[in-house]
Design a protein around this ligand. Structure first.
Ligand SMILES: [Cu+2]
Length: 342
């Protein structure tokens, strides 16, 4: 009997461990990933709507629970009582009361919801917004700026603060969903279709997000970062991106550039300013400027980059980048080359 009970408890140990590790282990990037700490007008409005419906529900619960408890006490069976107590039905005042009150509460919610659906909707016609094209891939994000000569990056979206940003969302393979909780709710990325949403960040900072639609083995590792910068920083970043420094200077980095081509890396990756123009994997032009690699899974350090090239699946199970079984000297040279990009 006791053994049985323990076996039942034991079943929950893996889940508890998973939650403990999962909830404490997400410290790579600073800051919460939480919709109750909004950092822009979209998330703020959405939280307000959720808040008002939550408090309406709480009030309804309190009223219903109070009436229920009172009724249980007041109309309980007394000693010596026979048969059913007097029955009440067809009371017009009561019927009207519990028809009109919920109607008014729902109408209140409907007005807020419809109003917000309009103010939060986005389309190519959305005015005064910086357009950014985000394409979902298994298991990373491609990010392109049509108004900046289509400059392209991956997994980290730079935006200027205080500026409306129009996201054009689509996918190359399966369904993904864009979700940066502190800036706004989720929007699906659908192959063959473009969905639009707008976001805006009030304060500079790093806002974490992730794919919110199961998209395959590495779905949980398909993370996303929005780097909200001051307009000056954003302008500096776009200028640097438009004029990349992609000629390696050290001998090791030069060798790395040769190895990068020889190993076939350029078949998948683009590096602006070179003739590497692969479209399958993330654009690596500003790799050195990124906080994280492997879809924002591990910090961007030379050691992690080497580990990633050595065996991508060991870093991120399910990653689609192949293990090329490169010799260590080539890995070292390629890392030196990638680290030299500016
Ligand atoms: Cu995904």
């Amino acid at each position: 009997m006791l053994a049985n009970r323990w076996r039942r408890v034991g079943k929950w140990v893996p889940l508890a461990t998973f939650l403990a590790v999962g909830l404490t282990g997400c410290g790579f990037l600073e800051g919460p990933q939480s919709m109750v700490q909004p950092a822009g007008p979209v998330a703020q409005d959405q939280l307000q709507l959720i808040g008002s419906s939550f408090w309406i529900m709480v009030e309804i619960f309190l009223v219903v629970a109070t009436v229920l408890v009172l009724a249980i006490i007041r109309f309980r069976e007394r000693p010596g009582q026979r048969g059913l107590p007097p029955q009440t039905e067809g009371d017009n005042r009561l019927e009207l009361l519990w028809t009109i009150v919920p109607f008014l509460l729902l109408a209140l919610l409907a007005v807020g919801t419809v109003k917000q659906s309009f103010s939060l909707s986005a389309s190519p016609a959305t005015k005064n917004a910086l357009p950014i094209k985000v394409v979902g891939h298994q298991f990373w994000w491609s990010v392109q700026y049509p108004t900046y000569n289509n400059l392209t990056t991956a997994n980290e979206i730079h935006i200027p603060v205080g500026q409306k940003v129009l996201l054009e969302l689509t996918s190359t393979d399966v369904l993904h969903a864009f979700w940066v909780p502190r800036l706004g709710g989720k929007t699906d990325l659908v192959p063959g279709k473009t969905n639009y949403m707008w976001i805006e960040a009030d304060q500079p900072g790093i806002y974490r997000g992730q794919c919110a639609e199961f998209c395959g083995t590495a779905h949980a590792d398909m993370r996303l970062v929005i780097d909200a910068q001051t307009p000056q920083q954003f302008a500096a970043w776009t200028q640097a991106m438009l004029h990349p420094q992609s000629t390696p200077t050290s001998a090791l980095a030069q060798q790395g550039m040769i190895d990068f081509a020889k190993a076939g890396c350029s078949g998948c990756h683009t590096i602006a300013g070179t003739n590497f123009e692969g479209q399958v994997g993330p654009n690596l032009t500003d790799l050195t400027g990124r906080l994280m690699i492997a879809g924002n899974l591990v910090p961007n350090t030379p050691a992690n980059l080497a580990a990633w090239i050595r065996d991508p699946q060991a870093v991120k199970p399910g990653a689609l980048m192949p293990n090329l079984h490169l010799p260590e000297n080539e890995i070292r040279a390629i890392v030196a080359y990638l680290e030299s990009l500016r």
